[in-house]
Design a protein around this ligand. Sequence first.
Ligand SMILES: [Fe+2]
Length: 277
Amino acid sequence: MQITKLSTHVGVEVTGIDLRQPLDAETARRLKEALIDNVAMVVRDQKLTPEDLFRIAQNFGEVMDQDHPKYSFPGLPAIKRHSNWNLDTGGNPVKEGIYWHTDGAYRERPPQFTMLHAVELPDAGGNTNVANLRAGYQSLPEDFRRRLEGMRTANVRLASRAEDRNYNNLHIMQQGGQVPTEHPLVRTNADNGQKGLWFNPQTVENIVGMDPEETQDFLRDLMDQVIRPEFIYAHKWRLGDLFMWDNRSSMHKVDFDYDTSQHRLLYHAMTLGERPF
Ligand SMILES: [Fe+2]
């Protein structure tokens, strides 16, 4: 197995391993460490069934059921068929993940790792971009970092000021939404003790003590400061890739720049994280 860094701040590539074979404890440890250190990791040249992905994900933690069970495989509620041809509750193609976000931030225990396996891809485009928000946070002046550390976010499925009009989440909010879940704006990664900014602008209704409008302006401005080119890895997909990231230390988004008449199909899994602190 070869592990190669893709840039200084984010991204690592793994080759020379077939994840369908049982993983010994040392190899599993090295993979998890590479993922956490580099925030995003691609394991090349896999050929996985949904069941294989479920089994592999178990090496990284407790596998979580999906947010919207209708896209899961029958009998496998944790594995999603992530397709650009999936339809939302309103009958329109789902445009998922096109704005910077971190997954499942409205949950009390949000997902730790998200994993995607490329099964069908368009001829060009559809990159998945991951930004290292640990590095972004460290790049801020110390007095500003201290101020941010005191802030808490109130999270719902879809914030009233969100750019994302994800119809499935909008539908949930229209049905009565949920009690907001409070999280710290600066989160400690339990595995390496490092702090990073952690929020999803699509789910933060407000920062405690600010109104929703002020909150969005503040978060947008913060993103402009920390999501810098040197902290971003743009993953150009190859068939067979298993790509994953650490949601505790990053944001991600997909480029919606491809021919949507072509099928983009990925298998999707998430592992459970600790309660943010
Ligand atoms: Fe996502």
